[in-house]
Design a protein around this ligand. Structure first.
Ligand code: C5P
Ligand code: MG
Length: 158
């Protein structure tokens, strides 16, 4: 088996959508990014690439490459899953955490898990999603940023 962990952070600004795990969350502020800025999927991609020791999101999907410019993060995730399969692995489970002062993500937990399941194609009880505040401490705590952490376990394809 292989383990992987990923992290990402994006600044939050007004007038941008807040996309978390492919879901558009009603919010006054959203991620500042060239792409959709999906902080959770970016952390998940880094965890998957980390588990197969194949670098990181920036090396595989540079914004400078026209192929990936303005790409939907879910497209990048699906491409990463092909790399995982080519390396001979499949996902055991994922455990995901978003650190965001507001809004509350608990009410959106099930739609986020179901949306991720469409791409991950693993049982729902193998997809964990959690949310935390930063207790008003530092940039995320002041509502200036959103962070995400991802842990994944890969198992060999039979
Ligand atoms: O950060 P804190 O420990 O105060 O969060 C308490 C609970 O609030 C979390 O366990 C989670 O259920 C929920 N929460 C949430 N959305 C956030 C932050 C926290 O649903 N953005
Ligand atoms: Mg990112």
């Amino acid at each position: 088996m292989r383990i992987g962990m990923g992290y990402d952070i994006h600044r939050l600004i007004e007038g941008r959508p807040l996309i978390i795990g492919g879901v558009d969350i009603p919010s006054e502020k959203g991620e500042d990014a060239h792409s959709d800025g999906d902080v959770l999927i970016h952390a998940l991609i880094d965890a998957l690439l980390g588990a197969i020791a194949q670098g990181d999101i920036g090396t595989h999907y540079p914004p400078s490459d026209m192929k990936w410019k303005n790409a939907d993060s879910r497209d990048l995730l699906r491409d990463t899953l092909t790399k995982v399969a080519e390396a001979g692995y499949t996902i055991g489970n994922v455990d995901l955490t978003v650190i965001l002062e507001a809004p509350k993500l608990g009410p959106h937990r099930e739609i986020i898990r179901q949306t991720l399941q469409e791409d991950l194609k693993i049982p729902l009880d193998c997809i964990s999603f959690k949310a935390k505040t930063k207790e008003k401490v530092d940039a995320a705590g002041r509502g200036e940023a959103v962070e995400a952490q991802a842990a994944v376990l890969l198992k060999p394809l039979d």
